[in-house]
Design a protein around this ligand. Structure first.
Ligand code: TYD
Ligand code: MG
Length: 457
């Protein structure tokens, strides 16, 4: 009898080791090694997907493909994909369970009514999917549903149906009978994804993979998958909030940091086309501790509300806590305020919240964070007509940010009449075309004087 061979595989990053180890040498995760039998694993998967013969070619002789992207008929999704689906690409939609990945994927499958789509679910029965489709209320004759988890069977069905787009829900339920390990383990995920990638590249069929990722990112596979696929879309949002954010974290065919916003309602996901309006609280009076930042995500400007609460520390050690903003960055900004502008904040609790549960990675929100903190500390509100866009440096200087014109015109479009930017941001900037009043500041204390001087006197 053949001896069974086994290896230990890190369930976080896919690193392998001949014996069990407590801490992964590759990703540093603890207790993530699981034994997997590889006895039956064959080098080649033996599947009947034919490779096109490839020879080295001169780059000048390679015929470039025309940009024949497929529109998903969902504008937000097209935009974050970089203008639609690229034929033969593999797109991973990751997110926590219950966030809406299956809903989005089914909506894509149903909306693409001009081409054939095959939606394969290992999680729900075709009847359950039908019920979901009824909620979404889109009829489509060209959408095929299959409940299957064995990869070899799936490939047979794809040969029969010949879909123009294949959707797999989810990669963690898929398994290949070439491997002995169970579905969802790193070796199964790596193998099945690699075969699907081969399928995508040889048949030029785009493949959507759905992958579960827990908050800690501990579930098997995501890191392994990120290397294999062309595009990674991350679905975020909390269950209490109806807004969902779809973010591109990797894209071989477009820019990353793109962000699409959807609203989950009774009929599935609805695109939010004017997100700035929903992200800004519509209150009658102006409240202290809030200000608006003009941010850029990918190619799109987005105005978001930054809320701060500064209060005397209830316990000995002051708390610093933020939602949607980096805590260390908050610590740094508070230190700058303390050291460079003389504000006594070291005995205060400071809380920051980015409204709408959005996480934005744009240094231009620094100025709005500082403005909100100062406003809450003084309990004096900032006019509702003002917004901010600048980075703050360690010396208290207010630094320029990229694409300032786009930020200004978005603010103007939304009816703001005053905008604070860095003094050093005006190079090549033609302010003549804007009606909005631009206030240039160079240091944190200048911002303070400009905002609160009249009230403080
Ligand atoms: P689902 O797509 O199943 O999440 P995932 O595949 O990421 O696990 O969607 C989960 C939630 O969405 C579920 O709690 C129900 C809700 N939902 C709606 O609110 N409206 C709808 O029309 C649909 C289809 C789902
Ligand atoms: Mg699902």
């Amino acid at each position: 009898m053949a001896k069974t061979k086994s290896v230990f595989v890190c369930q976080n990053c896919g690193a392998e080791s001949a014996k069990w180890i407590g801490k992964c040498y590759s990703c540093g995760e603890w207790n993530s090694y699981v034994e997997q039998v590889i006895g039956k694993e064959s080098k080649s998967s033996g599947l009947s997907i034919e490779y096109e013969k490839q020879f080295p070619q001169k780059i000048t002789e390679i015929t470039s493909q025309k940009d024949s992207r497929i529109s998903t008929n969902i504008n937000e999704l097209d935009r974050i994909l970089g203008g639609g689906i690229v034929p033969g690409s593999m797109i991973l939609i990751g997110g926590e369970p219950g966030i809406g990945k299956s809903t989005l994927a089914l909506q894509v499958a149903l909306k693409l009514n001009h081409i054939k789509t095959l939606y394969i679910s290992g999680e729900e029965s075709p009847q359950q999917i039908k019920m979901r489709a009824e909620r979404i209320k889109i009829k489509n004759e060209n959408c095929f549903i299959l409940g299957e988890t064995l990869l070899e069977n799936i490939l047979v069905h794809t040969q029969n149906v010949k879909p123009d787009i294949l959707i797999i829900d989810s990669i963690q339920t898929l398994y290949s009978d070439k491997l002995e390990s169970s579905a969802g383990t790193v070796s199964q995920i790596r193998e099945t994804a690699a075969i699907l990638l081969k399928f995508a590249k040889t048949t030029h069929t785009p493949v959507f993979l759905i992958g579960h990722i827990t908050k800690e990112g501990t579930l098997a596979g995501p890191k392994v998958l990120e290397h294999i696929v062309d595009t990674v879309l991350q679905f975020e949002g909390d269950h209490n909030n109806m807004y969902r954010i779809l973010r591109t974290t990797k894209n071989r065919f477009g820019s990353t940091d793109e962000l699409g916003i959807f609203e989950m309602n009774n009929e599935g996901l609805r695109e939010v086309t004017n997100p700035s309006e929903i992200l800004i609280t519509q209150t009658e009076e102006s409240l202290s501790g809030t200000s608006i930042a003009s941010t850029i995500n990918g190619v799109r400007p987005l105005l978001i509300e930054i809320q701060a609460l500064v209060s005397s520390a209830a316990y000995g050690t002051p708390q610093r806590s933020s939602t949607g903003f980096d805590n260390r960055r908050l610590g740094m900004l508070l230190a700058v305020l303390e050291k460079r502008a003389g504000f006594r904040l070291s005995q205060k609790d400071v809380f920051i919240n980015v409204a709408g549960g959005i996480k934005v990675d744009d240094p231009a929100i620094d100025l709005a964070v500082i403005a909100s903190v100062l406003s809450s500390n003084l309990d004096i509100s900032i006019g509702k007509n003002m917004c901010f866009a600048a980075e703050v440096g360690l010396t208290g200087e207010i630094r320029p940010v990229n694409r300032i014109e786009q930020r200004i015109s978005e603010a103007e479009k939304l009816g703001f009449t005053k905008m604070f930017i860095s003094r050093y941001n005006s190079k090549g900037l033609d302010l003549g075309k804007f009606k909005i009043e631009i206030i240039k500041v160079g240091k944190v204390d200048e911002l303070f004087r400009a905002l609160f001087k009249k009230s403080a006197e």
